[in-house]
Design a binder for this molecule. Structure first.
Ligand SMILES: NC(=O)c1ccc[n+]([C@@H]2O[C@H](COP(=O)([O-])OP(=O)(O)OC[C@H]3O[C@@H](n4cnc5c(N)ncnc54)[C@H](OP(=O)(O)O)[C@@H]3O)[C@@H](O)[C@H]2O)c1
Length: 229
């Protein structure tokens, strides 16, 4: 497998309900594919039906779409065991969503947190090994928590510091008190990139573990900026 990245290939029950946001392509697709191959009932929450195993419409750049997804999910499914919050963007410039939030803040952080909060009651009724996994990044090291500048209103399209704001969105994810996934290297393939989140999702030894940051398939200490709360 290379680079020591792997996860146990455990049989998962067809009754295990999994949601992967942005699971139609890239790392999320690899993650969703492996969870489905191990037997789970995988729902891909994304913008387009392309490559979806089981599709449900979700646009994380819209609070309405996110609320609609939550309502539709709750109407169709009574249980949820794994919530993998993978959908993410790195923008080329300063963009705001229809709800007037800086777009990386909205897509990478706000919508994922909204999903986790609103789906948590369903997860708490679903059994004793339910996991929420946020897909953060090494880029959290570049971020900072500053509520005054959180929406980047001080920038113009020309001078927007997009890497800093991508880092901010990934740092905020680690502030959420749940299990975090973190991907190892920017140049790794989607499969290698997905191994950390798949391992965090299904490895039996992490049952009951919470508030852990993972890198390269192992628990790791994140930047101290992520641990002030
Ligand atoms: N690639 C890396 O090296 C790396 C490293 C560290 C962390 N990450 C994180 O890993 C996650 C996946 O990255 P990736 O490399 O697989 O990226 P990717 O190939 O660009 O896939 C991103 C996924 O997010 C979805 N997405 C984007 N905006 C969305 C929206 N408004 N609503 C719903 N879904 C949306 C995309 O859907 P569409 O197909 O509709 O655009 C796609 O499914 C991201 O959170 C990223 O920040 C990646």
């Amino acid at each position: 497998m290379g680079c020591g990245l792997s996860f146990p290939k455990v049989p998962l029950s067809r009754d295990k309900v999994v949601v992967v946001t942005g699971g139609n392509t890239g790392i999320g697709y690899e993650n969703a594919k492996w969870l489905a191959m191990m037997g789970a009932h995988v729902i891909i929450a994304c913008r387009s039906e392309e490559r979806a195993l089981k599709f449900m419409k979700l646009d994380c750049a819209s609070l309405k779409s996110t609320e609609d997804f939550i309502s539709e999910f709750k109407a169709k499914e009574s249980r949820l065991h794994l919530l993998i919050l993978n959908a993410g963007i790195s923008t080329y410039g300063l963009e705001y969503t229809e709800d007037n939030f800086e777009s990386m803040f909205h897509v990478n952080y706000l919508s994922q947190v909204l999903l986790s909060i609103k789906l948590l009651p369903t997860m708490m009724r679903s059994g004793d090994d339910c996991r929420v996994i946020f897909i953060s990044s090494y880029a959290h090291n570049w971020g900072e928590v500053d509520v005054e500048t959180i929406q980047a209103r001080q920038f113009t399209t020309e001078n927007f510091d997009k890497m800093k704001y991508y880092g901010n969105s990934k740092l905020f994810q680690i502030e959420v008190p749940t299990l975090d996934g973190h991907l190892p290297r920017l140049y790794w393939s989607p499969y290698k990139g997905s191994t950390t989140q798949t391992n965090a999702a299904i490895n039996p030894k992490y049952k009951g573990v919470r508030d852990v940051y993972f890198a390269s398939c192992k628990p790791k200490t994140p930047n101290s900026k992520a641990r002030y709360a």
